[in-house]
Design a protein around this ligand. Structure first.
Ligand code: SF4
Length: 74
């Protein structure tokens, strides 16, 4: 499990659970880009967009935590 942090949000990714369906990459390519390092860059979208995309992950490989400093989440 690896974590990727940006202001207001932390995305975690478990490569062993990922089904490589590519839903994250297609849905939010600015954040989920397998050609970039690191491949998850949560700062490239709003916290809301990152949370919405993570919730669409079918395998549960992605998880998200909204942290202090987030400007939009309840
Ligand atoms: S949406 Fe989830 S299962 Fe699909 S590629 Fe992304 S992390 Fe893997």
């Amino acid at each position: 499990m690896k974590s990727y942090e940006a202001p207001g949000v932390v995305v975690s990714f478990d490569a062993e659970v990922c089904q490589h369906a590519g839903i994250c990459v297609r849905g939010l390519p600015r954040v989920f880009d397998t050609t970039a390092r690191p491949w998850i860059q949560p700062a490239n979208a709003t916290v809301d967009d990152v949370v919405s995309q993570v919730e669409m992950c079918p395998s549960g490989a992605l998880s998200v935590q909204v942290t202090d400093g987030g400007d939009r989440q309840p």
